[in-house]
Design a protein around this ligand. Structure first.
Ligand code: FAD
Length: 455
């Protein structure tokens, strides 16, 4: 019998349990539905839409190589799937289970009218399934990691099917160009194409390129200048490669890969959190901080804009924010520094920063973004505290960011390794580079005073 394969953030053909199950039952109609209604304000941001366009084009090409194709439809997923099932005589829908609250609602809605089979495979273990002795899902990362690693390794990844049986008649499909996912006026994404190759082949290539360097990861992963991390995050987010594939690849290449695998496990942990706290993008995990008086009004708005545009006068922060805008991605250490700067030094609500990342990141992920923002803010369910304030200038020196700053802040390219982290302190600030938006000590004291007032 014919089945629909409902694709979302699982845009691959290998290690895809839903595809394998559908192929075993007969002809398959792979469908991607551009649904801006179901996620409401969580519709995909601009950078994600750029990625999606290219990833869908790559997936269609790969499917055609297997005798199949990708059907594109736009609308509310549950409605579109019901229409498609009626048009094609499909009796069943296969999908990979997703954990964003809107997708969980959509899965429930689809299951009310259609025979929906949800499979696992986008995470090392299904989020929520790793539990304490008392049967509760974990709230803190470290015990979560211990329990997860007891279940590892994951099963070896399954290969893509050789062919995918096609239906006698294909239903109509939208064309990708009509969805206008790519930016036009202005095209802010020319830098994206230089950095990224969306799609399953691009993901495999990225992994293959990383493996020979994986040995340097443990010591180099915190140094933004060195490009020693895998940059697999958007590929993993869009499901172009499964975490099991990455896990086995790293293990084979590196032997002891614990440091890297612990990072991959953060991705699972983040889903485990939103599975328990679906509203994590809005609600503080620590309600005692609900009364914290974030700055608002025109001055705060101007500061937010300076942060977004990389004009804070803190070279490491500005380098990060410009890299984010230009390439849709940011090094983890610099994500922490820039986020902490917005939240603590500028005392601007973490939700406004999270929103900006949501729009700008090619790996924008509801779980990973909200969990990390709440972690940096100290508002989360984990152990991190608001009072832990990162010192951006010290971090910049400690993590040897001179080369990184030179790359992204051309106004400062002429400065020495010593002066570039804090040109003001050496009287070396070029005229076209802004003065510090706020002093480090002043920002720190203002943040701590705001915390004090919540008590
Ligand atoms: P690597 O160091 O090579 O790590 C391998 C993989 O592990 C990554 O691709 C990613 O899938 C996963 N990973 C690593 N660190 C984390 C982490 N802290 N949390 C969750 N997963 C992790 N990551 C996202 O994928 N999407 C986001 O929207 C996102 N928002 C973030 C916001 C803030 C404020 C911070 C501090 C971190 C955020 N991260 C997010 C986590 C992390 O910064 C990125 O996953 C990482 O920088 C991606 O680069 P990489 O692939 O080279 O990572």
């Amino acid at each position: 019998s014919i089945s629909l394969l409902w694709l979302r953030r699982d845009l691959r053909l290998s290690d895809h349990a839903a595809l394998i199950a559908a192929v075993a039952e007969g002809p398959v109609i792979p469908v991607y539905i551009l649904d801006d209604d179901t996620p409401k304000h969580r519709r995909m941001g601009g950078a994600s839409r750029w990625w999606l366009h290219h990833s869908l084009a790559a997936l269609d090409t790969a499917l055609r190589g297997k005798g199949s194709r990708l059907i594109l439809r736009r609308g509310v997923a549950a409605t579109v799937l019901a229409e498609l099932a009626a048009q094609t005589g499909a009796t069943r829908v296969h999908c990979i289970r997703h954990y964003e609250p809107w997708w969980r609602n959509a899965e429930r809605a689809v299951a009310q009218t259609l025979d929906l089979v949800c499979h696992d495979g986008n995470y090392l273990e299904p989020p929520g399934s790793i539990t304490t002795g008392a049967g509760q899902p974990y709230k803190i990362y470290t015990p979560f990691w211990r329990a997860l690693s007891d279940q590892m390794p994951p099963p070896p990844p399954a290969p893509a099917p050789d062919t995918i049986p096609a239906p006698a008649h294909w239903p109509a499909s939208d064309t990708l160009a009509h969805w206008q996912l790519l930016p036009t006026k202005p095209d802010w994404a020319p830098g994206f194409a230089q950095e990224w190759a969306p799609g399953e082949a691009g993901a495999q290539e990225r992994l293959a390129d990383f493996l020979p360097h994986a040995g340097g990861y443990d010591t180099g992963r915190n140094l933004p200048s060195d490009e020693l991390t895998s940059r697999l995050s958007p590929h993993l987010h869009f499901g172009e490669i499964s975490p099991a594939t990455v896990w086995h690849g790293i293990l084979a290449a590196k032997g002891d890969a614990t440091v890297y695998l612990k990072e991959i496990a953060w991705r699972d942990y983040a889903q485990n959190v939103i599975q328990q706290y679906p509203d994590y993008g809005r609600a503080n995990g620590r309600p005692s901080l609900d009364t914290l008086a974030w700055r608002s009004g025109p001055e705060a708005d101007a500061d937010l804009a300076a942060w977004q545009q990389g004009r804070t006068g803190y070279p490491i922060v500005d380098a990060g924010m410009r890299q984010l805008w230009t390439s849709g991605w940011l090094h983890n250490r610099v994500r922490m520094i820039t986020a902490s700067f917005l939240i603590k030094h500028l005392l601007i609500d973490w939700r406004r920063g999270e929103q900006w990342f949501w729009d700008c990141l090619v790996d924008a992920d509801y779980g990973s973004n909200t969990v990390n923002w709440q972690w940096v803010a100290g508002t989360g369910i984990d152990a991190n505290m608001f009072s832990r304030i990162m010192a951006p200038l010290t971090q910049s020196v400690k993590f040897d960011a001179a080369g990184y700053i030179r790359e992204w802040v051309p106004e400062l390219a002429g400065l020495s390794d010593e002066t570039i982290h804090d040109p003001d302190a050496f009287g070396r600030r070029p005229r076209d580079y802004p003065a510090k938006i706020i002093g480090h000590r002043e920002g720190r004291e203002r943040a701590l005073a705001a915390l004090q007032r919540t008590r």
